[in-house]
Design a protein around this ligand. Structure first.
Ligand code: NAD
Length: 429
């Protein structure tokens, strides 16, 4: 029987408990999300028919601050997935020392099948349905898979209509024209690059580890691809939901990015149009991409891409998890036995939530920062967390993943114990 994603996600904690002093109460509290909301969203389609979509918003833990987490539009969205993503957000914010708890949201649909007007009605309808569950001091959404700044703009506007006041701090990842932060659109990929460079320097591998394969060429994957390309790495393969391309000489990432932005499509298309003629390449499947003989593998698409079914075939020396949860816990063990070093999602992809935090700070203060300022603060926050996690891993001789959870648990446990679990408290008024 396959475990639920949340059960799998929680298994990572069990390993970390051995290396951190945390009260039994706090450990028990972290086993279940604080609140899960399931909604239905009626949407008038362009042809006049009504379709009702299922949506979710989950708050996992809010002890360290208002909850924070993206909204995903994808056919596989379900409560278990959203709860797991909210779990990861909780530990990511704690590992990065960002004063937020963890949340996540999603709607079960294939957004590529909707027109722009239908997508706007759905996005506004979702906010109508969850408006009492979010807010700048309680829960602050952001983009995730198949959602983008345009959608965040509609959602912020809808929330502002409901509250009858302009409320930019309710959501992050907005267009810059509506109060978004400079650097937010590229933050996840840029942050992953900063983490990767810090780790490579620590490993003394900055100059030797150069070939890279990247699964997923979306917001996160395409930006980390570009950063690595500019820094002199050879990106031998990239893929999207429709498959991948491979060339041992390295892909021209700026041209691929330009092609994708020119199409203005949510979906990335590689092998039907001009991109294929840009370089000699071989078409490969996502499975083949994961098992390429490269120095660095970057899963940047969805969860559970590396499992017991294919972990044995991984040939990369280092894996940087830009996607959330791309490796199952059982696959972790296989990779560790093979000597593959894995750097975890809650550190590697934390650039997105870090600049989301900066966006929220800017919205609340009304003072906006330059791109240089944003990137400098981003780098500082991520390199500091990377160094701390590296030291914990060295001290206990544990994986970077367990070290990241140890670091996050110490901060979360202290917060829960300081506040109390509220179990003995009875509200009287
Ligand atoms: P996105 O929608 O911009 O891109 C997703 C990419 O994955 C697309 O290229 C898509 O074609 C590809 N894809 C989808 N299904 C696939 C499959 N089965 N096989 C291979 N590729 C597939 O999403 P994103 O924002 O780049 O998010 C990607 C991952 O990064 C997710 O796990 C997300 O949770 C994580 N993440 C994103 C952010 C952010 O700020 N965007 C922050 C932290 C983590």
């Amino acid at each position: 029987m396959t475990n639920s994603l949340l059960t799998d996600a929680s298994r990572r904690l069990e390993r970390a408990f051995k290396y951190v002093t945390i009260s039994e109460d706090a450990a028990e509290r972290l086993k279940a999300p604080k609140a899960s909301l399931k909604v239905s969203i009626p949407v008038r389609m362009d042809d006049g028919s009504l379709r009702v979509f299922e949506g979710y918003r989950v708050h996992f833990d809010d002890t360290r601050g208002p909850t924070k987490g993206g909204i995903r539009f994808h056919p596989q969205v379900n409560l278990d997935e959203v709860q797991s993503l909210a779990f990861w957000m909780t530990f990511k914010c704690a590992a990065l020392n960002i004063p937020f708890g963890g949340a996540k949201g999603g709607v079960t649909l294939n957004p590529k099948e909707l027109s722009k007007a239908e997508l706007e009605r759905l996005s506004r309808g979702y906010i109508d349905a969850i408006s009492n569950f979010i807010g700048p001091d309680t829960d602050i959404p952001a983009p995730d898979v198949y959602t983008n700044p345009m959608i965040m703009g509609w959602m912020m506007d809808q929330y502002s209509i409901i509250r009858q006041r302009r409320t930019p701090a309710v959501i992050t990842g907005k267009p810059v024209a509506l109060g978004g932060s400079l650097g937010r659109a590229t933050a996840t990929g840029t942050g992953a690059f900063y983490v990767l460079e810090a780790i490579m320097a620590r490993l003394g591998a900055s100059t030797s580890a150069k070939t890279v394969a990247i699964q997923g060429f979306g917001n996160a994957g395409s930006v980390v691809a570009r950063q690595l390309f500019d820094a002199g790495y050879t990106i031998v393969a990239v893929s999207d939901s429709r498959g991948g391309i491979y060339t041992p000489d390295g892909l021209d990432i700026p041209s691929l990015q330009k092609f994708k932005s020119d199409t203005h499509a949510v979906k990335a298309v590689y092998c039907e149009d001009s991109v294929c003629s840009l370089v000699e390449h071989t078409v490969i499947t996502n499975e083949e991409l994961l098992s390429l003989d490269v120095d660095i593998l970057i899963p940047a698409a969805l969860e559970n891409q590396i499992t017991v079914a294919n972990a044995d075939q991984i040939q990369a020396r280092y894996i940087f998890e830009v996607a959330n949860g791309p490796i199952s816990p059982d696959a972790d063990d296989i990779l560790e036995a093979k000597g593959v070093m894995v750097f975890p999602d809650i550190l590697v992809n934390a650039g997105g939530v870090t600049v989301s935090y900066f966006e929220w700070v800017q919205n609340r203060s009304g003072l906006y920062w330059s791109l240089e300022d944003v990137n400098q603060r981003l780098k500082h926050q991520l390199v500091t967390a990377t160094e701390t996690i590296w030291q914990i891993a060295q001290k206990h001789k544990i994986s970077a993943r367990t070290a990241a959870y140890v670091h996050a648990l110490a901060s979360l446990g202290a917060a829960i114990d300081a506040r109390g679990t509220r179990s003995d408290y009875v509200r009287t008024a």
